[in-house]
Design a protein around this ligand. Structure first.
Ligand SMILES: C[S@@+](CC[C@H](N)C(=O)[O-])C[C@H]1O[C@@H](n2cnc3c(N)ncnc32)[C@H](O)[C@@H]1O
Length: 264
């Protein structure tokens, strides 16, 4: 059964809707990343993307939900690889764009379904998806409510894969404070308590962390070594980070967590 939302949560969803429709925060975020290009192409980010795609290697024939699909880039990639994809987002603008792209690439209409929908109250039956994926979505939502919904729509043994920003790194906190125009007022990068809550609930969890050292270095390098996107510093940061990240207590200081969850 889909949950009843309280007024506070409904207000939050309305703010997200207008921030992503009238203000196009997603576009501003993409533009901000363009100012610091080494953040997206560093060896660490390449490692992250490789890991992410490894989890999505055999998707042919699977029924997948892309939560907060934005402009639909990931949904289209999954369609391309033979999955059947439902993509939902709170912004009509992003859903219109995604449907247009799906038409353009001539995917069979029976293989996709893109709809405006609140992730806290999914309009899907129980246990119908093999996989739920999302990039940068959980931190816009009430975690307890949405994790319940994801659990409900997944089949037993189904998987959920999320890439989310983390809250604790002081340097990245400062970066966020200095760039408020690229964020919504209610978004909250995940805290160690949030991760613990997910780990304590109805999931088998295997998380990976990225960007402890490489993210600050990539910001520095984007400014001072801009023409050299494949520089020594970025490689050094990545190799130090791989070792330092073996220390569990430092995990929350990373830029991103890749949550790889299996529904119990
Ligand atoms: C940071 S963007 C990420 C978009 C996309 N996954 C990507 O990687 O480009 C967050 C997305 O979550 C959507 N969103 C925010 N609140 C939502 C909600 N309550 N239900 C569904 N989507 C929501 C926004 O409209 C936006 O597209």
């Amino acid at each position: 059964m889909t949950p009843q939302l309280n007024d506070k949560l409904r207000d939050r969803v309305e703010h997200e809707k207008s921030a992503h429709t009238e203000d196009d925060i997603l576009k501003k975020n993409i533009e901000l990343k363009g100012l610091f290009p080494h953040l997206s192409v560093s060896p660490t980010m390449q490692r992250l993307e490789k890991d992410f795609h490894l989890y999505l290697e055999n998707v042919k024939g699977l029924r997948i939900l892309d939560l907060g699909c934005g402009y639909g880039e990931q949904s289209l990639d999954l369609l391309q690889r033979g999955a059947s994809v439902s993509g939902i987002d709170i912004s009509q603008k992003y859903i219109d764009h995604t449907i247009k792209e799906a038409h353009k690439f001539n995917f069979s209409k029976s293989s996709y379904d893109f709809r405006v929908m609140d992730a806290h109250a999914l309009d899907f039956s129980d246990a119908i998806f093999n996989l739920v994926v999302g990039r940068g979505i959980l931190h816009h939502l009430d975690l307890k409510v949405v994790m319940g919904e994801i659990h409900r729509v997944l089949k037993t043994g189904g998987k959920a894969l999320f890439l989310e920003p983390l809250a604790a790194n002081p340097f990245l906190k400062l970066f966020r404070v200095l760039t408020p125009h690229a964020r919504t007022k209610d978004e909250r990068p995940l805290s160690p308590e949030d991760i613990r809550d997910i780990e304590n609930s109805d999931w088998h969890v295997q998380n990976k962390y990225y960007g402890l050292i490489s993210a600050p270095v990539a910001i520095f390098s984007s400014v001072f070594l801009r023409p050299f996107a494949d520089n020594f510093l970025l490689h050094l940061a990545d190799s130090i980070e791989c070792r330092v990240n073996l220390i569990k207590t430092l995990e929350p200081l990373n830029q991103y967590v890749l949550l790889n969850l299996i529904r119990k």
